[in-house]
Design a protein. Sequence first.
Length: 236
Amino acid sequence: MKIEGSTVLVTGANRGLGHAFTRVLLDHGASKIYAGARDPGSVRDADVTPVRLDVTSMTDVVAAAESCADVTIVVNNAGISTGSSVLAVDALDAGRREMDTNVFGTLAVSRAFAPVLAANGGGALVNVLSVLSWLAAPSTALYCASKAAAWSITNSLRVELHAQGTLVVGVHCAYLDTDMTAGIDAPKLAPERVARSTLDAIEAGRTEVLADDISRQVKEALAADVGVLYPMLAAS
Ligand SMILES: NC(=O)c1ccc[n+]([C@@H]2O[C@H](COP(=O)([O-])OP(=O)(O)OC[C@H]3O[C@@H](n4cnc5c(N)ncnc54)[C@H](OP(=O)(O)O)[C@@H]3O)[C@@H](O)[C@H]2O)c1
């Protein structure tokens, strides 16, 4: 499908990758952008339409699906990372919050907008995942678990929505230069690059975006022995 002329809802559009998506979509000729945000007042661009959308609130999700009935592309971008390990004192609480936003929020928005996309000709549903859908980083274990679950749900959505002509795109990348990684000193991708790669995938009808070498390498290594992705196990 073409980005030009599309009407798009982006969740978590007030900053980070979500904001980058809104700018790149407009650059590619999208006609209308609904910028979903927990606080619509935090959306500062005059050329998008702010929409109150906390993805963990069914009231917000249902209202958004009603008020954005002309949407042809949905970008499930909203996400949180608590940086909780499995043995952290607050692991269960942190994990539940990550699951609520990254998994059930994505699921709720996808379910609410599936009929909207169907009514508008099929369109595309984009789920922002991570390289950590495929790699457990112990220091942020519950976030990884949430992205693995979101990946699985993305695959199910892809199969179920195939019949209505909706392209479901999973986006995998390593570190992005956003608030989420502010405390991390490592090479980071510009979020605009990931947004552009995703729009290319939509236009080409591709179901997966591997935005960087790390994502490509980790995906390939899944077929190998566990020690390839977790060399510290082999060392001990
Ligand atoms: N940064 C990375 O290295 C990286 C790598 C791979 C994947 N990702 C994924 O990329 C996506 C965007 O992350 P980012 O890096 O742009 O992070 P970010 O800068 O922390 O931005 C997160 C966005 O999600 C919104 N959000 C959080 N909880 C929400 C909720 N319940 N309902 C609606 N919006 C909510 C935030 O809104 P508020 O302003 O209200 O908090 C904010 O707009 C996430 O899914 C993340 O997991 C990030």
